[in-house]
Each structure stands twice: as C-alpha cells, then as structure tokens.
Design a binder for this molecule. Structure first.
Ligand SMILES: [Zn+2]
Ligand SMILES: [Zn+2]
Length: 426
C-alpha cells in the first residue's frame, strides 16, 4: 500500500516522458515532411541529414563541398592524418590543398576517380603538408589515374629548396620505383606538370580556369610558405597551410565563407602530451605556429562565415583547452576540425557533417580506356641470371597452366615471360 503512490507517480512520469518523446518524434517527422514536401515511403530509405556518405550526393551548381582529409600533426596517428583539405565545386572541379602524410588513404576512402583529382596545391614543403605527394603521384596509375597530375608550389629561397627542385629530387629518389612499377602501368598518369610561383607576392593569382581563381598570400613559417584563397561563383575558401596570422590574411581573407586556419595546442599541453621542454613549447606554439588565442584574434579581425581551426590533436581534453583559448578572443561561428569533417557551402547556408568513409575501398574505375604497356619487353633489359635462376619450376608450371586457361577464357595471348624460363631449351 505504501509503495502504490510511488509506483503510480513513477508510472505517470514514465507515461508523460514517453508521450513527450512521441510528440517530439512526431513533431520532427512532420517538420521534416513539411520541408521535404512529400510523404516518405515506409519501406524506402529515409533522408539522412546527419552524415555524408561519399559518392552519394550531387552538388548543386552553385555549391562547394570541402572534406578534411587530414587535420593533424606530423606525429603519425590513426585518428588524424597530416594536413590535407579537398575542395569540390558544383562545376565538377576538385582541388587538393596540401597532402600531408596519411592523407592519401583518406582521399582514397572517398572513392573519387583519381583522374578527377589532378590539381594539388602545396602551401609549403614540410612533410606534414606534402609527405604523401610522392605516393599520390607514383601510385596514381595503379589506382587508375590516366591523366597527368598538376602540382603548384612555392619557388625556393635557395634554388634546391623550391618545388621544381623538390620534384626533381623526388624523381631521383624513386628512380627504381619508376623503372619497375612504371613498366607495368599505363604511363599517362605518371606525367607531371609542376607550377612554381613567387611565394612573396600578396594576393597573387596562380590559377584561373573554368571560373575558379586561386590566389596566394605570403605566410610566416620559415619562408617559402603561402596561404591560399579560392574563389568561385562568389564563394570564397581560405586555407592557411602553416603560418602565424598575417597582414595578408587580415586584409584578403576578410569575410570569406570558409576560413580554415592552423591553430596549435596550448604550450602547456605540448609539454605534457608531446614531451616538449617549456622553451620548445612556447617557441613552436607561438612563433612557429598560431596559438589558439591568436587564431581567435585573426578570426575576430576577419569575421568569416565559419572559422575552422586545424593542426592539433583533436581529442576530448585538448579540444576543450583549444576551444577555451579561442573563446578568449573570438565569439563567432567555429568548428574544431577532425578528419572526415565535411562542409557544404552555398550562399544561403553552411552545413557541417562527418563523412562515413569506406574502409574497404578499391580504386575508382578508370575514366578512359587503358593502354597497358608491354611489361615483359620493358623489364627484359632489367632482369638478370639471378632472377631467372630463382624461379621455382613446379610453381612455375602451375602458373603456366593458369595462364593457358586464362588465355582460352579471355581470348588473350599472354606469354609467361618469367615462368616459362625453367622450361626453355638451353
Ligand atoms: Zn610546416
Ligand atoms: Zn604543419
């Protein structure tokens, strides 16, 4: 008897809560239907407005989509690759800004044909902004890129430090890779167009095609570093690469739609998390890079539609610390970038979501007919007695039989250049 009133109170509360939940769900459904303007099928898919599934969303003709393919640090980390942002436009153009270590796998997880990703802009040549470029370039043809790759980067303050020299050194370093892998892939995707620009010019146009203009601003980060501005159909995207806040950014990134600027952990966290000494932490965190307070200040000065900070380990504890420091100097719209964060930008709205990447992706299909090379003829010069003598005959016999069956099924006439060797008459 004593328990009864308590029971009814509890039951009553549960019913009220349940009813409130039902009302809430019903309201949301009705509101969504009102926006959608049609009834949803009970068996068909429901519109999902919370996440972005790559490869399933058409961009409007005047819409820009930006995907964070790397928001972290040089320190390797599963959660965050180093710097890389992909910009996709409603006219079909796509641009990669910086290509730090680990970012290539993020790009691949979006399933975009590599022929459509032929423009790479490097703000500077530190590993955490350019480290995945060799892999992106050299394995492009393996992943069905059949078009030349185009890259833009700064000229050097010394002749051997600029982007052209960097590419030449890369090709020299990977000479054997090019000779061997190059022998088995369509060679067209290994053509490279290198565009070097003067990093000191302010608001300099370095790209102007198809209604898209890309400009550079000198950055403060060990010289020969730039920030980028992209403008298309009145939409403006700004990407700092690495820099302290600059007068160029203050004057030319004012009021941009999406303002992606670097921002480091508070120095005390660089000491506790990264093992830096006090003098290292304060120097790196304020003189080599933008502190969270300084990030907030430059955003207050430029008032973008949406400010995005990147270039720190974005975890629960660090995010709170960075957020608190930014809020000391900036009160406007703000995102703390993570890998696979996505921004859809139109004149009317900016929407932030997370992408759902494909962890088991295969290369997107080739965009043109392939022209595979005669690999055996190319490799013939390279192969030695050591290779030929190392071919195990019984396994080779199995392989030769497999090739015979393959030829019969596919109407091809592939010859086993290597595995036939043990059966050749001396
Ligand atoms: Zn750097
Ligand atoms: Zn960096």
């Amino acid at each position: 008897m004593i328990a009864r009133p308590t029971f009814f109170v509890a039951l009553g509360a549960a019913l009220v809560a349940g009813a409130a939940l039902l009302v809430d769900v019903d309201l949301r459904l009705r509101e969504a239907r009102a926006q959608d303007g049609r009834e949803w099928s009970r068996t068909g898919p429901f519109p999902n407005h919370e996440v972005y599934y790559p490869g399933t969303e058409t961009l409007a003709p005047d819409e820009m989509r930006v995907v964070a393919c790397g928001t972290g640090m040089p320190t390797p980390r599963l959660k965050q690759a180093a710097a890389c942002f992909l910009v996709e436009l409603g006219n079909g153009d796509k641009f990669i800004f910086d290509l730090g270590e680990g970012s290539y796998e993020r790009i691949s997880a979006l399933g975009i044909p590599l022929d459509q990703l032929d423009k790479v802009f490097l703000g500077h040549l530190h590993l955490d902004h350019a480290g995945d470029f060799p892999a992106f370039y050299m394995t492009g043809p393996v992943n069905n890129r059949l078009r030349p790759l185009r890259v833009w980067g700064p000229a050097g303050v010394r002749p051997d430090w600029g982007t052209k020299a960097w590419v030449a050194h890369m090709e020299a370093m990977w000479a054997w890779e090019s000779a061997t892998r190059g022998a088995v892939v369509d060679p067209r995707g290994l053509q490279l167009e290198v565009n070097e620009f003067d990093w000191t010019a302010v608001n300099q146009v370095i790209f102007d095609e198809n209604g898209v203009v890309v400009r550079t601003l000198p950055a403060v980060h060990g010289e020969q570093t730039v920030s980028f501005l992209l403008e298309w159909k009145g939409l403006r995207f700004a990407f700092s690469s690495d820099t302290l806040p600059t007068t160029g950014w203050r004057d030319h990134a004012k009021g941009v739609d999406l303002s992606i600027h670097e921002c480091f952990l508070p120095p005390r966290m660089m000491m506790s998390k990264l093992g830096m000494t006090a003098s290292e932490a304060i120097f790196v965190g304020t003189q080599g890079h933008t502190s969270a307070q300084a990030f907030g200040k430059i955003m207050s000065l430029t008032e973008p539609r949406l400010a995005v900070c990147y270039h720190f380990q974005n975890d629960n504890d660090t995010a709170l610390a960075v957020y608190d420091d930014i809020r000391k100097t900036y009160a406007g719209p703000l995102d703390l970038a993570q890998d696979f964060m996505v921004w859809n930008v139109t004149k009317e709205t900016i929407r932030t979501r997370m992408a759902v990447p494909n962890h088991e992706g295969f290369p997107a299909p080739a965009q043109r007919a392939k022209q595979p090379p005669d690999s055996m003829a190319i490799l013939a010069d390279l192969l030695s007695e050591t290779t030929f003598k190392s071919i195990e005959p019984q396994s080779a016999a199995v392989t030769n039989e497999q090739i015979k069956v393959f030829n019969e099924r596919n109407g091809t006439n592939v010859q086993p250049g290597l595995t036939a060797v043990p059966f050749r008459n001396p």
